[in-house]
Design a protein around this ligand. Sequence first.
Ligand code: SF4
Ligand code: SF4
Length: 345
Amino acid sequence: MVARAGQLGFALAGVGPVRPSARAEFFRRWLAEGRHGDMAYLATTLAERLDAARVLPGCVSVLVVADRYAPRGHVDLPRSGALRGRVARYAWGRDYHRAMKRRMHVIADEMRLRHPGHEFRSCVDSAPVNERELAVAAGLGWIGKHTLLIHPVHGSWLLLGAMLTTLDLGGPDAAEADHCGTCTRCIDACPTKALEPYRIDARRCISYLTIEHRGVETAGFAPQMDQWLVGCDVCQEVCPHNSARGADHPASSPGVNHDPRFDGFDLLEVLLWDETARRIALRTSPMKRVKLELFKRNALVALWSRFVSTGEVRLRQAVEDCAWNAAEHPLVRQTARRLLGLAGG
Ligand code: SF4
Ligand code: SF4
C-alpha cells in the first residue's frame, strides 16, 4: 500500500496500528476549558476522535498519506500589492479533498479485490478521526509544539488523509522522536499568542478566527491579524523544520499545485463581491466553503489591521462604507461598526 501510494503521487505514506488515543485526558481538559471555541463538533465527536475503531468498527490499522503543498524554505513574496489579503498556503491549490480521495479510492479498490472480506474507509476531513495522531502511529513524524505534524525531512506543509481498515497492516518499529527540543519559535512568533507548548487556544488562533468562527470579530485581535484573510502560516513559517535545506523535493503532488488566483485577494475588491463574484473567484478552491459574509468580515478585519499600522484614511473610509450600507449582510455591518468602535457593533 505504501509503495502504491508513492506511485499515485503522495509525498508520504505509512501504515500503523489503530489504538485508543493515549491523550484522552488532555483532549477532555482542552474541551472543558473551552479552547475549541465554536467548534462544538470536536466535543460531540470526541469518542470517535479518541478511537478510530468507532468510525470503522473492527478497524485495526491505518494507511496515512500526505500531499505536500509547499517545499521547505518556501517564501511567501507579496505579489499583489499592499492591500493583499493573505491566504494560508494549504489553500493555494485546487480543492485537495477530491484530489486526495480519488487516489485513496484507487488504493482502497485494489485492496478490496486482494482482500475480500476486509473493509477500507478513506477520510480526508470527512470523518471525525485524529489524522495527526494516526500519522504519528504510522511513523510519519511527530506533533510539534505548534500542534501540527512535522516530518523530519519534509517539514509540516502537509495535507493528511487516513484510510482505516480491518486488515492488519503492521506498523513502524518505533515512533519518530520529537525534534522540537528547546525551540520555542512558533510560540514566540504567534501574532495572537494562541500557543503554549503542544497546546493551542483555538479562540485566539487566526486560522480559527478566519475559517471556523462564524460571528462578529469580538476577540480584539484585529490589529494583530497582519492582513490574514483565510488561515495563517506564521507558526509554520518560522519552524526550523520548514527551512530551506540542501536539495529539497518539489511540492509536486497532483491536485495541490499552486494556483496564483488563490494565493491572495485584494481586500477592497473582496468588499465589493456579491455571491456570484465569490463563486467565480473561489471555484475549484478549498476556500469555496467560506461563505460570502465571512470572507467580507475577514477582509474588513484585515483592512483594519492595515489601517492600524498605516493610518491610511481610505481604508477607514472603506470600513465606514460597510458599516452604513443597509444592503450588506448584518455580520459585515456589525463587524465594521465594532471595528470603528461604534454602538450596535
Ligand atoms: S496559525 Fe497563526 S494564529 Fe494560529 S497558532 Fe499558528 S501562528 Fe498562531
Ligand atoms: S518552531 Fe520549534 S518548537 Fe515550534 S514546532 Fe517547529 S521545531 Fe517545534
